[in-house]
Design a protein around this ligand. Structure first.
Ligand SMILES: NC(=O)c1ccc[n+]([C@@H]2O[C@H](COP(=O)([O-])OP(=O)(O)OC[C@H]3O[C@@H](n4cnc5c(N)ncnc54)[C@H](OP(=O)(O)O)[C@@H]3O)[C@@H](O)[C@H]2O)c1
Length: 336
């Protein structure tokens, strides 16, 4: 049975007025969503910012069918109302959720499969910073990449939101972690987070660096958010039987690849997107995270790194900071 919705009728949300730069992000009044069957209404305390939000704002990453046009892929807050066919949640409970959109708002509705209790010890801002990175890292490093203890993983963009989480998760899984990052300061931050080696890709060829660090063998797994020419170079930097996981194409969505090297090394090239997957698929990842990663968070072994927090109405400023690219970890919006 659905519980009575105590939420107000309208809320502040940040909408994308038209495709463009950060200035098109505009606070507006919107109706508070009504949770549908299988959904929870969340009073949002904090929302994470992700690179895909920038692409959406620019008009290059439309929300999947049925998703809110308001940006925002992750939130933390308190349960405000409960839709039909939802068990196990109570009004007021702290919750964090992965969304297909709608996070830059005072309230948002989320499929219950994508909701998780806030891990012990995390603030609302920290909890808002984990769903997108952890769902992405888990499904790519573990489900798709089959990362095993003792293997070497190469993570590009080590200082990104995804990278900072990928480093810690990979270390917790017993892997050796090599990252690339674009400055000495970012490399130092990655080492502090547990990376075994951080290569400043602007100063050093990462292929040579990976080969030197692995006795010429290469990396067993590559988590690639760069694409373009990096794919060919990744293939050179990979060990026999290696897996290459594409999660973004920041340097280009097409690549020329040496097919014979793939055959010689028996490589697997795959990739994934998260946003358009069904609540059931996301729910399967959520269950694995709750079982395997929530204890690591509670033990302090895997923690979000917050670079900055902005009030919701200053989402444009937060996007400017992300695009400037000097951040290490996550930028979040707060509503209170
Ligand atoms: N497939 C999925 O399901 C999925 C889900 C979430 C996110 N993503 C993708 O994952 C990436 C990271 O997301 P985020 O929110 O963590 O973004 P972010 O913090 O803005 O990170 C972007 C990173 O890319 C690095 N980078 C950009 N161009 C580069 C280049 N030419 N060579 C090497 N590194 C480069 C930057 O490192 P430097 O500043 O050091 O250059 C930066 O660390 C984004 O591309 C996003 O679209 C994919």
């Amino acid at each position: 049975m659905a519980e009575i919705n105590q939420a107000p009728l309208t809320m502040t949300a940040v909408e994308i007025a038209r495709p463009g730069g950060p200035e098109v992000l505009r606070p507006a009044r919107r109706p508070v969503p009504t949770p549908g069957s299988g959904e929870i209404l969340i009073e949002v305390h904090a929302a994470g910012i992700n690179r895909p939000d920038i692409l959406q704002r620019q008009g290059n990453y439309p929300p999947p069918p049925g998703a809110s046009d308001i940006p925002g892929l992750e939130v933390a807050g308190r349960v405000s109302a409960i839709g039909e066919n939802v068990q196990g949640w109570t009004i007021g409970a702290p919750v964090c959720a992965l969304l297909a959109g709608g996070g830059y708002a005072e309230f948002t509705a989320a499929p219950v499969e994508q909701c998780l209790p806030i891990p012990a010890g995390l603030s609302m801002s920290e909890a808002a910073a984990i769903p997108e990175t952890l769902f992405t890292c888990w499904t790519n490093l573990v489900d798709g990449g089959h990362l095993k203890s003792g293997e070497t993983v190469l993570i590009h963009g080590g200082s990104s939101g995804i990278g900072t989480m990928g480093i810690q998760l990979s270390k917790a899984l017993g892997a050796r972690v090599i990252v690339t990052a674009g400055s000495p300061a970012k490399c130092a931050a990655c080492l502090e987070l547990g990376a075994d080696l951080a290569i400043d890709y602007k100063a050093e060829d990462f292929v040579k660096g990976v080969k030197a660090a692995t006795g010429g063998r290469g990396a067993d797994l590559v988590l690639d958010m760069i694409g373009g020419d990096y794919v060919r170079r990744n293939i050179e930097a990979m060990a026999p039987g290696g897996r290459h996981i594409s999660i973004a194409t920041q340097a280009g969505s097409e690549a020329m690849i040496p097919i014979f090297r793939i055959m010689q090394k028996r490589l697997i090239l795959t990739g994934s997107t998260l946003r358009a997957r069904s609540p059931a698929e996301k729910g399967a990842i959520a269950k694995a995270l709750f079982r395997e990663v929530w204890p690591l968070i509670a033990a302090g072994r895997v923690l979000p790194r917050i670079h900055a927090a902005f009030p919701l109405a200053e989402a444009a400023q937060a996007h400017r900071m992300l695009e400037e690219g000097l951040h290490v970890g996550k930028i979040v919006l707060t509503t209170r």
